[in-house]
Ligand binder design. Sequence first.
Ligand code: SIN
Ligand code: MN
Length: 292
Amino acid sequence: MISDEKQKYDSKGYLLYEGFYTNSLAQSIKEEARRVIHEEDDERKILEKSGVARSFFSPENNSDLFYRLNREKNMLRLVKELLGGEVYTHQTKINIKHALIGDVWEWHQDFIFWAKDDGMPAPNVLTAMVFLDDVTEFNGPLMIIPGSHQMGMLQETQKAASNHDKEWNEKYVNTKSYLSALSADLKYTLGQQEILGMAEKRGIVSAKGKAGSVLFFHGNLFHASPNNLSPWDRYVYLITYNRVDNQPDFPKNPRPAFLANRDFTPLEAMEMAYPVVSPEVCQPDIQYPISR
Ligand code: SIN
Ligand code: MN
C-alpha cells in the first residue's frame, strides 16, 4: 500500500518536515560541523570567492555523529519508502551560507550531475536537507518548483543570466575539473525559459523552517537558493541517498570518492540518542504565483 507521504512525494517532488529533529540535536550537529570543517583542512573543503568555506564533503569520514545521522532510523525508514528499496549515500555535504556574504546556488536539477559526471543510470535518488539553523526568507532558503521533477532530466539548457567573475573562475574553479559542479557558477543549470514555463504552471515555494526540520527532494526537482543577506549563518547538511540497484557506471576518470561514493553497502538503521518529537509535514511558503 502506498502511504500518503509517498503519494505526496511522487506528485510534488518534495516533503518538508518541521521538527523532524529537535533543535538541540540540530545544534549538536552544527557544532560538530564546525569542528570538522575547522580541523580537516583538505580538498573536501570547497571555497567561495570571498575565501570562506561553501561546502564540506563526506564529514562522516571524520565524525561518528555524521556517520550515525546518515543511518538514523526515522530518516532511513522514510527514504527507503520514498525510493522503494535499499539505499546507500552517493554524496553528503555540509553547505554553509555565511552571514552577509553566503553566495547563491543557481537554478538546477541535481540528477544531471550524477548522470553525466558519475554515470548514475536513473533518478532513483533523493536528497535530505537537514536544517542546522533556522532557515528563513533572509538567509537563503531553498526555492523549489513543485512537480518540476516530472519533467525528467532536461538536457543542458541555455544558462540563465549570471553575474560570475571570470578571473575568479580562472584562479580557482578551473584548477580542478570537479569544482565546476560545486561553485556558485554551476556547470549544469536550467535556462530561463524552462524555469519560467514550470513556475507559471506550479509557482515557486520557499522551504523554510526551524533548525531540525528536514526537506526531502527528488533528484530532478528544479531548485535554487539566493544569497544570505542576514547577519546569521545558514548551515544545512545534505545527504543524497541512492537506491543500491542504481549504482553508477563510473566513467574512466571518475570524480573523487568524497564526491561520488563507491561503497554501495545498504545502510543499516542506527539509533541516535535524542528526544523524540512527532515531526509534521508542513507547507512551504507559496511565494509566486499566490495560488494556482
Ligand atoms: C544544492 O542545491 O545542492 C544546495 C543548495 C543550498 O545549499 O541552498
Ligand atoms: Mn542541488
